[in-house]
Design a protein around this ligand. Structure first.
Ligand code: FES
Ligand SMILES: [Fe+2]
Length: 335
């Protein structure tokens, strides 16, 4: 539990891709250090609830069945809807007073957007205070998905995000030709990191120059929407879009998932280069993973003047830790 000094931040987190949850399908999940059940109602709505039945504690995700807009418990058939209200106790003459007119299971606000089911987590169940950004590329027929990849690892949400502003590691972990320049613009729940760097030249076979002699200038902007979602577009003669999501499994473990898309009419050679870059980005994060897995979180790091805007990033991220204040919580709006 090396990362457990940081609590789970509040925000929107991906719990599944939309196509992983068919109509009336039920899935057991474990995120936010909680057993959960995800289901899709007959009308197509995705619902996420705490997993355990308030009757006698069965896990709704193991054998539960969707009936209309509710899920029926596998143990004695009680039914619960997306608001956590009990909608049926099939064998009772009277509904118990404890379930009348009030929810009896905790649920999570859902926003299904970008081909992804996002759930809002807040440790005190405070309602969403920002929205998930729509990225048209994942909902648009003129774009096509070019890949998905995921990692489950022992780290926390704040640590993986810090990687983007930690400019020195690009030289030591990712073989960058030189230290990139990172500019960070912060506004409320948004963070835009622009990385200006020399990237190795790619030849017509998709091979990267490893001698350091041939390179190109690249400016890549990554937008973070809260702690759990980022997106970026590589545009260097080819176009490649990526949405990255990171979801806390518990305080010291995360699921990171990336989905890529390119314009469907991109010509063959641009599509080839886009695929090479996609594979390279995936390979590069593979070099970060063992460091994330084994490192500790340093709350008071000794930094040097070449380290990049790490302190600025931490100040921005800190707004997603619940401070116990009543909602709405103030979001950092500096620039
Ligand atoms: S435990 Fe769920 S209905 Fe009894
Ligand atoms: Fe990295």
């Amino acid at each position: 539990m090396k990362n457990s000094s940081l609590p789970i931040p509040f925000g929107w987190y991906a719990v599944a891709f939309s196509d992983e949850l068919l109509a009336q399908e039920v899935k057991p999940l474990f995120f936010f250090a909680k057993d959960l059940v995800l289901y899709r109602t007959e009308s197509g709505k995705a619902v996420l609830l705490d997993a355990f039945c308030p009757h006698l504690g069965a896990h709704l995700g193991h054998g539960g069945e969707v009936h209309g807009e509710s899920i029926a418990c596998p143990f004695h058939g009680w039914q619960f809807n997306g608001d956590g209200m009990c909608t049926s106790v099939p064998y009772a003459k009277n509904m118990p007073a404890k379930v009348q007119d009030k929810p009896c299971i905790d649920g999570y606000p859902i926003n299904e957007i970008n081909g992804t089911i996002f759930a809002w987590y807040h440790p005190r169940k405070i309602a969403p205070i920002f929205e998930v950004d729509a990225v048209p590329y994942l909902n648009d027929d003129s774009w096509q998905e070019t890949g998905r990849v995921e990692w489950e690892m022992n780290t926390c949400v704040q640590e993986t995000g810090e990687n983007g502003v930690d400019i020195a590691h690009f030289v030591y972990v990712h073989n960058s030709v030189e230290m990139p320049k990172a500019e960070v613009a912060l506004k409320g729940h948004h963070r835009v990191t622009t990385m200006i760097s020399r990237v190795p030249h790619m030849d017509e076979n998709g091979e990267f120059d490893t001698t350091g002699e041939k390179w190109e200038q690249s400016a890549l902007s990554t937008t973070s929407c809260g702690p759990g979602m980022t997106y970026q577009t590589f545009d260097r003669g080819f176009v490649l879009f990526m949405q990255g999501t990171i979801t806390p499994i518990d305080e010291g473990r995360v699921l990171m998932r990336w989905i890529f898309a390119s314009p469907a009419d991109q010509d063959e050679s641009a599509a080839f280069y886009a695929k090479v870059v996609q594979d390279n980005v995936v390979e590069q994060v593979g070099h970060d993973v063992p460091i994330w897995e084994h490192k500790i979180y340093q709350p008071n790091p000794i930094l040097c003047d070449g380290d990049g805007p790490i302190a600025k990033y931490r100040k921005w991220f800190n707004q997603f830790y619940d401070d116990g204040e009543p909602a709405p919580i103030r979001l950092v709006g500096t620039n």
